[in-house]
Ligand binder design. Sequence first.
Ligand code: SF4
Ligand code: SF4
Length: 389
Amino acid sequence: MKYRYENFGGIIASDDPPFLAFVDQEYMRELKLPESKIWEIPNPDVGLLSAPLEVHIALTNQCSGDCPHCYMDSAVADPQELDTPTFKKALKILADMKVFHVALGGGEALEREDLFQIAHYARQIGLVPNLTVSGRGITSDIAQQMTVFGQVNISMDGTGDAYAVFRGKEMFDTADQAIDNLIKAGVPTGINTVLGRRNFDQLPDLFTYARNKGLNEIEILRYKPAGRAAKTYRREACTHEQNIALVPLLGELSQTHGIQAKIDCSFIPMLCWHNPPMEALTGLATYGCEAGNVLLGIRSNGAVAGCSFLKDSGMNVFDYGDGYVRNPALNQLITWEERAPEPCRSCPYLTVCKGGCHAVSMEVSGHLDTPDPDCPRVVEWMQGKGCRP
Ligand code: SF4
Ligand code: SF4
């Protein structure tokens, strides 16, 4: 079991079964863990973590996929891309800060020759490396090497011909073969689906596909206006009606097929619309926008952003050589709640949602402080219907 201290107590983590739990000081003592000096410091910033739990790392900007909706605008390698030893130094900094997971991606991470070297090094220093890739190039041999990862997720926005809905190219068979090879190699495998208005109706087929493959999880990612997708967000994002229908539909599909459906942080407003009990949300450690706190994004050149979909903060991973610090750009994200405008200010879910996806707000309105324009509550408020209790 891994653990780290926080001012409220600590965070404990296990790889098998995989879990992360926030526990109070009393619980840390019950686990017979030594007292921490952090507990002696009166700290008003309870909830602000000493370091991120998970860091999303773009290992390269290179990708031969050329997908029109790429949120990283990936194509060719960034000339400033970190080399193998420098990436290892960056990982060591994260491990020393007691980050638990690193989500490796790109670009196409498999187009970096040192992917496995970097992943093994992450393991060696106590980080759990997870990977998201398209599936291109995952032969049986490569799949066997992928047991180094905690989980490998294959991007798939639809099955059969619908695979190409955003990507514009037929690669379903490639992704399907990669999933078969990974399962055969015993690698925990999942599907990442970018969801927008044109593939919303694909959800039942994706769940059927996942069940037939014996997968146990689908992660649904909101179509976000970052990179090349910034130009098409308004045209491709889910409609208001779909945003409202999403969570009940996922609940139904999840139950029917026995597959866990995960939504990403940006979909929390769509969950909150249905008035779930607050205790259930906090019990499940539901975070809304946790950019710069629970989560951090690192580009292939070492630049740091609050998450992969936000603009660079002006910091670099090597600024953390002496421990985690936040600059004004990251502080602006984590203090958003204090400045929350209506209707978020009056929203009963403000503390767990935190205004929805700030990457969407930034791109659509040009202001980080604007509430998520696609939150169903915000939409109704804008239509003069008031804030839903
Ligand atoms: S009104 Fe604001 S805080 Fe409430 S669910 Fe919507 S985006 Fe989140
Ligand atoms: S801005 Fe916040 S809600 Fe949006 S993707 Fe980043 S961390 Fe998630």
